[in-house]
Design a protein around this ligand. Structure first.
Ligand SMILES: NC(=O)c1ccc[n+]([C@@H]2O[C@H](COP(=O)([O-])OP(=O)(O)OC[C@H]3O[C@@H](n4cnc5c(N)ncnc54)[C@H](O)[C@@H]3O)[C@@H](O)[C@H]2O)c1
Length: 325
């Protein structure tokens, strides 16, 4: 195994979905890792027990928590956030305390600690309704929610702190991330987790609108690879993390039906006004800057995820799920 334990990476939000997969990868490469998480949506069981892993309970809204977690750190991956778009609409003030003030605490502490690199989670939500596709990093930004606007503000702060304090940073605009450990019970869960959860419970998947809306779904393992590449590259600025492919929701359900052995008719509810019709990202910069092309096809990722769900259900109930259960 490679040994990088002289380098310590602080991962805020490391107990969450994307964070825990990235922590696994960092540990596998021999890095020392510190996680700062308030466990609001993240879970301790997502993380291993490992001699090179230090898990700290704390909140990015607290300067004390952030500044003390940043001590001795060489790199920082900032993922902690209020991640729900609807919640940001209902309570934009609270959302901004996490996603703007919390992010600013992390960036300021990283600048003061003179970390080698700060990588932070932005989102495809900064683009809003696309004027043209695919979305490139130069596309027009018109966020449709406080959440999208907050991520954009973070990008502006990161650029400013780079020129004010020389803080090297790279903001990653993740598209629709799916994979194990995404909590399907959460009202904010991604559509893939929600569809699988319902199909395996013998319930029809629910689609808002006609299901023709398309998205760029990227497997969490590829996002973890992008995070690692970003942390140890010299590139600064903004980069899409996407596959460059899109699939509509009805096609996604067809694929999931194949992997779960279900064939329940999809239930349609009225379209949501804030739902954009189509989105997918240009991946040229991801390939050029981070030498990265996604490894998992959607079929591979979904098949692995369905197997993992079946295993979890079997472990929890003591009964294996048959193909049609
Ligand atoms: N999952 C996606 O499809 C997606 C897409 C675009 C952007 N993102 C961004 O990626 C990042 C990670 O998202 P995720 O999907 O892993 O979500 P997640 O909810 O699983 O992870 C977020 C983590 O942050 C922690 N957290 C929340 N508020 C905190 C606070 N104030 N202080 C400390 N910890 C706090 C949570 O407990 C959790 O562990 C977020 O910044 C999110 O906005 C995710």
């Amino acid at each position: 195994m490679m040994d990088h334990n002289d380098q310590c990476v602080l991962v805020t939000g490391g107990a969450g979905f994307i964070g825990s997969h990235t922590v696994d990868l960092l540990l596998a490469y021999g890095y020392s890792v510190r996680v700062l998480d308030n466990f609001s949506t993240g879970r301790r069981v997502n993380l291993p027990t490992h001699e090179q892993l230090d898990v700290v309970r704390g909140d990015i809204r607290s300067q004390d928590d952030v500044f003390s977690a940043m001590q001795g750190v060489t790199h920082c991956l900032h993922l902690a956030a209020q991640v729900s778009v609807p919640r940001s609409v209902e309570d934009p003030y609270d959302s901004a305390t996490h996603n703007i003030l919390g992010a600013l605490n992390v960036m300021q502490a990283a600048a003061q600690a003179k970390v080698t690199k700060l990588v932070y989670a932005s989102s495809a939500a900064v683009y809003g309704a696309p004027a043209q596709l695919p979305l490139t990093e130069a596309s027009c930004l018109q966020p449709l929610s406080p959440y999208g606007l907050e991520k954009w503000v973070d990008e502006r702060y990161a650029t400013l702190l780079n020129s004010l304090h020389g803080l090297p940073s790279l903001g990653l605009r993740y598209f629709n991330v799916y994979g194990p450990r995404q909590d399907p019970q959460s009202p904010y869960a991604g559509v893939v987790a929600r569809f699988i959860d319902r199909l395996l419970a013998d319930q029809a998947p629910i689609v808002f609108g006609d299901g023709q809306q398309s998205r760029d779904f990227i497997y969490v393992g590829d996002v973890a690879r992008a995070n690692l590449a970003a942390l140890f590259s010299e590139q600064c600025g903004i980069c899409n993390v996407a596959t460059g492919q899109r699939i509509n929701l009805l096609e996604l359900i067809d694929l999931l039906n194949q992997f779960t052995g279900c064939s329940l008719p999809t239930q349609h509810l009225p379209a949501k006004a804030e739902d954009i019709q189509h989105s997918y990202g240009d991946t040229q910069r991801l390939a050029e800057w981070l030498s990265l092309t996604p490894q998992w096809t959607l079929s591979e990722g979904l098949s692995e995820l369905v197997q993992e769900y079946r295993q979890t259900i079997a472990n929890e109930t003591g009964y294996p799920l048959t193909a049609n259960a």
